[in-house]
Design a protein around this ligand. Structure first.
Ligand code: GLY
Length: 375
């Protein structure tokens, strides 16, 4: 990829559900023109949260209106609690009150919570309407806005109720990232590192050299890092849209991450991306412990994650110490677990992840205790 070309475009080649992810600065201001082809009725409802609405809502609404598109806006309460049955019911009621019909298209404008919830509402509203995504966090730009996973949480766990529903287009505007807290940028960057770690050693090398520039949100390196991440995700999603095989690799670090998030309450104590960062470090160390990858690769993964200001060790987390058997129980309830057997994404080297089914529970227990969890 040319390092200076803007915007970048990555195609998610899913046949009749094919779409493009456009990546670059200034896209919100051009949203009228960029989204017109997907809004044949010249009308849309922006679904966002109150924080994003306060920072960027007016700008997006004006840009769409300047393109001749009539706009309504629904600003949801920010935070994971909104991604619930109650939040879904409220959103659907508001869409019904606006009398949207099946030819209308939602503009989903926000981070992962809004994307998952409003994407799911689009999947079920009148048996399914189209939506476009304008993700406003780094994490949503490189992961959750692409690939069609939509969901809500229930008391039994995160993302357990949902649907696959692909957007018609994704605009990843680099400028919106400037208003994100630095901690959110680092958390999103963990998912970028994940792509290098799981499948592209050259990209990981590049991130080792350019990670600081990406974290400083320098346009060229940032656009390349997002585009390469989305390209890798698109390639995997095209091969395995419904996660019957290779798509599970995108869950590198996530078995550990979900267990830690369950113990820390899925909130600001440990952001999802931070959990993915420590989860990737743990997955590489477990791989080394099981003799699957070299200790040098595990150490290199850890150093790069730590250099980005992300946690890599259990004792660094404010909720430590963790109870090893509780972490294991969460892992066995993970969506990926099959009949209670532990499923992990492990690695043979940097850029060479694979799915390991039926990992020995005692080996994981010993590993967690060696990592500082309580027996
Ligand atoms: N976030 C993992 C996936 O989309 O499959």
């Amino acid at each position: 990829m040319n390092a200076t070309e803007h915007p970048r475009r990555v195609r998610v080649g899913l046949g009749e559900r094919d779409y493009e992810v456009v990546i670059g600065p200034g896209l919100i201001d051009r949203a009228g023109r960029l989204l017109t082809p997907f809004l044949p009725r010249r009308r849309t409802v922006i679904v966002t949260d109150a924080n994003v609405a306060a920072h960027h809502g007016e700008r997006l609404a004006s840009a769409l209106e300047a393109g001749g598109i009539a706009v309504d806006m629904i600003a949801l309460p920010p935070g994971e609690e909104t991604k619930s049955f109650a939040g879904l019911e409220d959103l659907c009621a508001r869409l019904l009150a606006l009398k949207l019909d099946r030819g209308d298209v939602l503009t989903v404008f926000g981070g992962g919570v809004v994307g998952d919830l409003a994407g799911f509402a689009a999947a079920i509203y009148k048996r399914g309407i189209d939506f476009v995504q304008i993700p406003t966090t780094l994490l949503a730009q490189v992961d959750s806005s692409v690939g069609g996973k939509t969901a809500i949480d229930t008391p039994a766990g995160k993302n357990l109720i949902g649907a696959f529903h692909q957007p018609r287009a994704v605009l990843a505007d680099l400028d919106v990232l400037a208003t994100l807290p630095a901690r959110e940028v680092r958390a999103g960057y963990a998912e970028v590192l994940k792509y290098g770690l799981l499948g592209d050693a050259d990209f990981f090398d590049w991130l080792e050299a350019n990670g600081e520039a990406v974290l400083r949100l320098e346009t060229g390196p940032l656009a390349y890092a997002i585009a390469r991440s989305v390209e890798m995700k698109a390639e995997i999603v095209v091969e395995d849209e419904r996660e019957v095989g290779r798509r599970a690799l995108l869950n590198l670090g996530h078995t550990f991450a979900h267990a830690l998030e369950s113990e820390t309450g899925f909130g600001s104590a440990l952001l999802h991306g931070e959990a993915v960062g420590i989860g990737c470090a743990l997955a590489f160390r477990l791989s080394a412990e099981l003799g699957l990858c070299s200790p040098e690769d595990a150490q290199r993964a850890e150093c790069t994650i730590a250099k980005a200001g992300l946690p890599t060790r259990l004792h660094a987390l404010s909720s430590a110490p963790f109870q090893a058997d509780r972490l294991l129980d969460h892992m066995q309830q993970d969506k990926k677990a099959e009949g209670g057997r532990l499923v992990f994404v492990l690695a043979r080297a940097i850029g060479q992840a694979f799915t390991a089914k039926d990992v020995d529970r005692d080996a994981v227990l010993r590993f967690l205790i060696a990592e500082g969890a309580r027996p």
